[in-house]
Design a protein around this ligand. Structure first.
Ligand code: AMP
Length: 539
C-alpha cells in the first residue's frame, strides 16, 4: 500500500518561490571591490535571476547544460545560484584559486556551455581560454569594458523579459549544481548535487541541533561561493528568509570585522585561518567592533584549534560552532553543539568537547572502520569515517562509483581518521588522504612529489602536511638526492613554480638521507610528520 501524500518535488525553484512570496523585502548586501556596499532586496535579486534564466535560454542553454561561474561572493553570483538550477541547467562553480591548467581540465571535464566571470578575473579566464573553448562568456561587471571579451551581464539582463521565464518541470533527482574536489591521486573529480540533496541539506541547516538558521538571521558567509556552494548557505538563506551579507573579494580581518559590526550580522561561517585572523584583530583592538548581534560563528573545513574557540568566546563573547563536512557531502556532516549534560561542566571540559567535530546532523549516518572491521563507539578506537545520507555522493561525475572511496554497500569513505564517542560525537584524529589543507584549500602531495622526482638529481621526494599557526597546514618536502648529485631548495622550488600556483610551493624543502618506508615499501609519512611536526611552529 502506498502513502497518499502529494508527490511534491524537492527542488531549488521551490526554495526560490518561498523567498519570492514570503521574504521579498529581505536584504541582500554585497561588499563591492571598491569597498562600497550594494543594497537590494530578494525581490530584486529574484527578478534579475529570472531575467538571467531567460537570457541563458535565448543563448541556447538548455536542460542539463553546465553553466560555470568564476566569481567572488556577491549578489550577481547569488543570481546565478538561483537562476541556473531553476531553468534545469547545472550551476558549476569554479574555484578561482586553482591553477589555470586545473581550471581548463575541470571546464573540459564538465563540458561547460557558458561561463559567468567577474571582470576582475578576466586575466585568469584568458589564460584558461587559451586551453579550452567555452561557447558563451558573460562578464559580471558594474561598468562597461566587458564587450571586447564577452557579453555584458547587465546588458543581457536589461534586454531579457522576466515574464518569458518558464516553469521547467524538474525531477528532484535532476542535477542542480556541481563542484570539483581535489583527487588524492590524479585529477580533480566532479561531485554533482541533485535538487533533492540541496533542498534537504538546506532544510537541515535550519535545525537547532545543526546550525539553527532562521528568518531573523543576518548571514555573512566568509566561505566563498566557489567552495561547496558556500556550504549551502545561499540556498538555506533564501529558503528561510535570512538577510545575506556577501563579502566580495575582501576577506581580510579588518574588512570582515567591519562588515560583521556594520551590518549587525547574527551568523557567519568560514575556515579557521579567517577566524584566527579575526581573533588577532579583535585582541589588538578591544572595543573597536560591536559584535553583540553575532549569535554564532561557524568554523569548518579544517580542525578548529581549541584555543581559538575559547579565545573568541571568553575574550569576545562570540559563540563558536565547530562543523565538519566535505564537498561530497554538500557539505555539512556533523556539527558540535554542546549537549545538555555538559552545560554546567568545567570550562576545560566544555571547550574540549566543542573542539571536536560534533554529532551527525539528522539524516546523515556515520560509522568508522579499522583494520578488523567497524570500530566501537568508545571515544578511543580509531577508524576511517564512513558516511551515508541523502546529500552524500554515490558516485563521481562520469560514473566513477567504482572509485575506492565508495564501499560495496554504498557508504562513502571520507578518508578522515576518527574516534566516535558513545553519544555519536566525532573527533578527527588524522587524515588518510595524501593531501595538505592550507587556509581551506587543498594541495596535492602526490602531484608535488611527482614533479620533484622529475628533477634529474632527485632520487625520492615525500611531501607532508605540517601544522602551521596561520594556514592550519603547509606542505614540507623531504628530498633524497641521487648519489653524487646536487640541487638546492631554491632550484627545486623554481621547478615547482612552473607547474603549480605559488601558494602550493613547500615553504621548506629539506634534504634527508632516506625517506622512512613501510614494510610494503611505501613512504611512511607518519614518521616524517613526527620528525617535522614543529617545523612551522613560529609561522
Ligand atoms: P572539502 O571537500 O574541501 O570540503 O574538504 C573536506 C575535508 O576537509 C574533510 O574530509 C576533512 O579532511 C577536512 N575537514 C573539514 N572540516 C573539518 C573539521 N571541522 N575538522 C577537521 N578537518 C575538517
Amino acid at each position: 500500500m502506498h502513502g497518499l501524500m502529494m508527490d511534491f518535488p524537492l527542488t531549488v525553484p521551490a526554495m526560490v518561490r518561498r523567498a519570492a512570496t514570503l521574504f521579498p523585502e529581505r536584504r541582500v548586501v554585497s561588499h563591492r571591490p571598491d569597498r562600497t556596499l550594494d543594497r537590494r532586496t530578494y525581490a530584486d535579486v529574484i527578478d534579475r535571476a529570472q531575467r538571467l534564466a531567460v537570457a541563458l535560454r535565448d543563448l541556447g542553454v538548455t536542460r542539463g547544460d553546465r553553466v560555470a561561474t568564476l566569481s567572488w561572493t556577491h549578489h550577481r553570483h547569488l543570481e546565478a545560484y538561483l537562476a541556473v538550477p531553476s531553468m534545469g541547467a547545472v550551476l558549476h562553480t569554479l574555484n578561482l584559486r586553482l591553477h589555470p591548467d586545473d581550471l581548463s581540465y575541470i571546464i573540459k571535464d564538465a563540458g561547460d556551455r557558458a561561463i559567468l566571470v567577474d571582470e576582475s578575473l578576466l586575466p585568469l579566464l584568458n589564460q584558461v581560454r587559451a586551453q579550452v573553448e567555452i561557447p558563451h562568456v558573460i562578464v559580471l561587471a558594474s561598468g562597461s569594458g566587458a564587450a571586447s571579451t564577452g557579453m555584458d551581464y547587465e546588458t543581457l539582463l536589461s534586454a531579457a523579459n522576466p515574464d518569458r521565464a518558464i516553469d521547467v518541470a524538474l525531477d528532484e533527482n535532476d542535477a542542480a549544481a556541481m563542484c570539483y574536489t581535489s583527487g588524492t591521486t590524479g585529477r580533480p573529480k566532479g561531485v554533482v548535487y541533485s535538487h533533492r540533496a540541496l533542498t534537504l541539506h538546506s532544510l537541515a541547516l535550519g535545525m537547532r541541533d545543526s546550525l539553527g538558521l532562521g528568518r531573523d538571521d543576518i548571514v555573512l558567509p566568509i566561505v566563498p561561493m566557489f567552495h561547496v556552494n558556500a556550504w549551502g548557505l545561499p540556498y538555506s538563506c533564501a529558503f528561510f528568509g535570512c538577510d545575506q551579507v556577501l563579502p566580495g573579494p575582501h576577506l581580510d580581518a579588518t574588512s570582515v570585522a567591519e562588515l560583521l559590526a556594520g551590518e549587525r550580522v547574527t551568523f557567519t561561517a568560514g575556515v579557521p585561518t579567517v577566524w584566527l585572523a579575526l581573533l588577532q584583530e579583535l585582541d589588538a583592538n578591544p572595543g573597536r567592533y560591536d559584535l553583540s548581534a553575532l549569535r554564532a560563528l561557524v568554523v569548518g573545513g579544517s580542525a578548529a584549534p581549541l584555543s581559538m574557540i575559547r579565545g573568541l568566546e571568553e575574550r569576545h563573547g562570540i559563540h563558536v560552532l565547530h562543523a565538519w563536512g566535505m564537498t561530497e557531502m554538500t557539505p555539512v556532516g556533523t556539527v558540535c553543539n554542546l549537549p545538555r549534560e555538559l552545560r554546567d561542566a568545567a570550562p576545560e571540559d566544555r571547550f574540549r568537547y566543542r573542539a571536536k567535530q560534533g554529532t551527525p546532523v539528522p539524516l546523515v549516518e556515520i560509522r568508522a572502520r579499522g583494520d578488523r572491521g567497524l570500530v566501537p563507539w568508545d571515544g578511543e578506537t580509531l577508524g576511517e569515517l564512513e558516511v551515508r545520507g541523502p546529500w552524500v555522493a554515490r558516485s563521481y561525475y562520469h560514473g566513477e562509483s567504482a572509485d575506492s572511496r565508495f564501499c560495496e554497500d554504498g557508504w562513502f569513505k571520507t578518508g578522515d581518521i576518527v574516534r566516535i564517542a558513545a553519544d555519536g560525537c566525532v573527533e578527527l584524529a588524522d587524515r588518510s588522504k595524501d593531501l595538505v589543507k592550507s587556509g581551506g584549500e587543498w594541495i596535492s602531495s602526490v602531484a608535488l612529489e611527482n614533479a620533484l622526482m622529475g628533477h634529474a638529481s632527485v632520487a625520492e621526494a615525500a611531501v607532508i602536511a605540517v601544522p602551521h599557526p596561520k594556514w592550519d597546514e603547509r606542505p614540507l618536502a623531504a628530498v633524497v638526492l641521487k648519489p653524487g648529485q646536487q640541487a638546492t631548495a631554491d632550484e627545486l622550488r623554481a621547478l615547482l613554480a612552473q607547474h603549480f600556483a605559488k601558494w602550493w610551493l613547500p615553504d621548506s624543502i629539506v634534504f634527508v638521507d632516506a625517506i622512512p618506508k613501510t614494510s610494503a615499501g611505501k613512504f611512511l609519512k607518519s614518521a616524517l610528520r613526527d620528525r617535522f611536526r614543529s617545523a612551522y611552529e613560529e609561522g
